[in-house]
Design a binder for this molecule. Structure first.
Ligand code: 13P
Ligand code: SF4
Length: 376
């Protein structure tokens, strides 16, 4: 019998009010979270993306980038998957979950501004534009970054395309180019451009499709001549890093290595020493010899955590720009939201469940499975 089945839930039970948690200080949640976690035992797994704040991520059973966490979600037997990440990650976990498993996002406002830059209606319109420009469905495949809605993942799956994350974008491009001559990549223009460029595709053969302009703002002739159509989307955290930040940090710390997430602009990535997903960036720091120094172009919670963790090994870590930017949507998941979701679960109530519609789920799963097959 599971812990949840042992817990008696009064018939009239109401969801504990979130407001009563939000007025309490962060540190008063620690003990409550720990107690709830113990009560739930193996019924519940807690996943934490690397951008989560310390007060939340320290409770995670698994931490990782979006690829690693999607794999854990696909493999766990836990009844409840509590996703401390953002909405598209929880949706992907629900798509990959087994029958009967439930996915919870502690704060439903934890979205992703980049994912919101592509809506399914706009993507369908873009596809029409490409076909009307003279491309056939055999000639072009849609590839979507994990940071997109389930509906867009399904769109890609249904048309022979797939999902990728920042750690396997190149493999996904190679997979798609083995089957078609062109790619529509969405929603992050930077990841798409950086990936294409690293594969030797000239920048002149990659155009940006702007969903807010008629015909994407590109002539049909130009579309026909292009190899990669990039959606006009970006991450507000990573797009802030500029090439002059690389120059400045190198001048300030001679010998420092600059490593950046591939959501940064190409001008920044070209000046950097290496690019990597969040997991990839961590690996570079971990494997570097003692005394190495790094300026990292990614979300500030991860950078600060790495700085603290590797200081005892004499590794110096600073943020690429002086201010460092946080992912405000990821930040929405607070210890209070976590305690609220967990304590409700202890009482047998599932709050903030993320559930993808079955018709969307089928094709989105096809696209995600293709990604999991190509690995990183
Ligand atoms: P990762 O693929 O590195 O987890 O990145 C996800 C993300 O949203 C970065 O902004
Ligand atoms: Fe989205 Fe950027 Fe936050 Fe990643 S860092 S979840 S891309 S807004």
């Amino acid at each position: 019998m599971s812990v949840l089945e042992e817990v008696a839930v009064p018939a009239s039970a109401e969801v504990c009010s979130l407001d009563s948690y939000l007025v309490l200080p962060d540190n008063s949640m620690d003990e409550r979270i720990a107690v709830a976690r113990r009560a739930l035992g193996k019924t519940t797994i807690l996943l934490g993306h690397h951008y989560q704040r310390d007060e939340v991520i320290r409770f995670a059973d698994f931490t990782g980038d979006s690829y690693k966490l999607s794999k854990v979600a696909a493999e766990t037997d836990a009844n409840y998957i509590l996703f401390c990440g953002v909405h598209f990650m929880a949706e992907s976990a629900d798509i990959l979950a087994h029958e009967g498993q439930q996915v919870i996002l502690p704060d439903l406002n934890a979205g992703c501004s980049m994912a919101d830059m592509a809506e399914i209606g706009q993507v369908e319109e873009c596809w029409e534009t490409l076909l009307n420009a003279g491309m056939s469905e055999n000639e072009i495949l849609p590839v979507t970054y994990m940071n997109s809605s389930a509906a867009i993942k399904a769109f890609c799956g249904e048309r022979g395309g797939l999902v990728c994350t920042s750690s396997n974008a190149r493999k996904a491009f190679e997979w798609a180019f083995a089957r078609a001559k062109k790619i529509l990549f969405l929603p992050d223009q930077h990841l798409g451009r950086n990936t294409g460029h690293a594969m030797g595709i000239p920048l002149t053969e990659m155009v940006v499709y702007d969903p807010w302009q008629i015909g994407g703002g590109i002539t049909p002739e130009r579309l026909r001549a292009t190899k990669v159509v990039l959606w006009k989307g970006h991450c507000s955290v990573h797009q802030r890093f500029l090439p002059e930040h690389v120059d400045k940090v190198r001048a300030k710390y001679p010998g420092i290595q600059v490593i950046v997430h591939p959501e940064c602009r190409i001008e920044v990535c070209e000046k950097a020493d290496a690019m990597g997903s969040t997991e990839g960036l961590i690996r570079i720091v971990r494997e570097a010899p003692q005394g190495s120094s790094f300026a990292i172009g990614t979300e500030i919670h991860l950078v600060n955590r790495l700085a603290k963790e590797f200081a005892p090994q004499g590794k110096k870590i600073v943020t690429l720009d002086d201010t460092g930017c946080l992912c405000t949507t990821m930040y929405r998941i607070s210890p209070q939201h976590l305690a609220w979701a967990l304590e409700n679960l202890v009482e047998g109530r599932v709050v903030n469940r993320i559930q993808v519609r079955d018709d969307v789920k089928y094709w989105a799963r096809v696209a995600l499975d293709r990604m999991l097959e190509i690995r990183t």
